[in-house]
Design a protein around this ligand. Structure first.
Ligand code: OGA
Ligand code: MN
Length: 283
């Protein structure tokens, strides 16, 4: 199993938050026009730790977008409207009277797209007094800890993702209704084990939010193995949990990490600004 590297950077202090993944990066003000070598260090730390966190940032939408553009290509969220002046920034909001939270299940973002995002960036604007944390899970580790036998089986399998998988679509249903969008079924096929295009490492790439079955298998046939994998992928020792504050920013790698927003703050408002960065076709 590959150990996480802990490098010394010139511009960043890297504080891992758990054994498996996640690091807080200190020493950068994201509102500034960052030098190329600072951006390169942030990218390296992000590849090493899968999800990186920044605290106490004060960003206008334009500044958040400018930072995102240094890392990748912002794209609109399928079927959801962005901010009026910033279509690439999707508000992720749960209001006091709402019970359902956006994306409230373990998932990797929008794997029902042919090219799922490389990364997503979430910036906290309003955070409840307690609760509303987000969990992350390392999918390199999830793959590497399986037996040789099961890895060989999974290496040859393709998973089908659907935007209409009941549990996950429910977490977006209110927002879509509000936006007056007819839910269109989006489907995509991806290898169950993908090779990360930048690190070259293999990661499990399926998720309980969107994966319905294996290609060439029925849903009934797929279910027992999927259930085993869905439970394995989120073993506590593969995860970290982030406690948000206003001004916190998280950037996660959708190609090798899953996430799960915890819905434990009914009666309180939570407002995030989200930017999605374009990805390539998983192989
Ligand atoms: C997302 C998502 C997590 C959160 O924006 O893709 O799943 O903590 N949100 O709100
Ligand atoms: Mn998500």
């Amino acid at each position: 199993m590959t150990q996480r590297v802990l490098r010394n950077f010139r511009h960043l202090d890297v504080r891992p938050v758990a054994g498996a993944l996640g690091a807080e990066l200190q020493g950068v003000d994201l509102a500034r026009d960052l030098a190329d070598d600072v951006v390169a260090e942030i990218r390296q730390a992000w590849l090493d730790h899968l999800v990186v966190f920044f605290r106490d940032q004060s960003l206008t939408p334009a500044q958040q977008l400018a930072f995102a553009c240094r890392l990748g290509e912002p794209v609109e969220y399928p079927q959801l409207k962005g901010l009026p002046d910033y279509p690439m920034i999707t508000p992720v909001v749960k209001l006091e009277h709402e019970r359902t939270n956006f994306g409230g299940i373990w998932h990797s973002d929008t794997t029902y797209l042919e090219r799922p995002p490389m990364a997503s960036m979430l910036y906290a604007r309003e955070i409840p007094p307690y609760g509303g944390d987000t969990e992350f899970a390392n999918q390199y580790l999830a793959y590497e800890t399986l037996s040789d036998g099961l890895r060989r089986v999974l290496d040859g399998l393709v998973g089908i993702s659907s935007s209409l998988k009941a549990d996950a679509s429910k977490t977006r249903e209110d927002r879509l209704k509000e936006a007056g969008v007819e839910q269109k079924v989006l489907l995509a096929e991806h290898p169950v084990v993908r090779t990360h295009p930048e690190t070259g490492r293999k990661a499990l790439f399926l998720n309980v939010g969107h994966t319905t079955h294996f290609k060439g298998w029925t849903e009934r046939e797929s279910q027992p193995l999927l259930e085993f994998l869905f439970a394995h992928q989120i073993r506590p020792e593969f995860t970290c949990r982030f406690r948000w504050q206003p001004g916190s920013l998280a950037l996660w790698d959708n190609r090798c990490a899953m996430h799960n927003p915890v819905n434990d703050y009914h009666g309180y408002k939570r407002v995030m600004h989200r930017i999605t960065l374009a990805g390539d076709r998983p192989v």
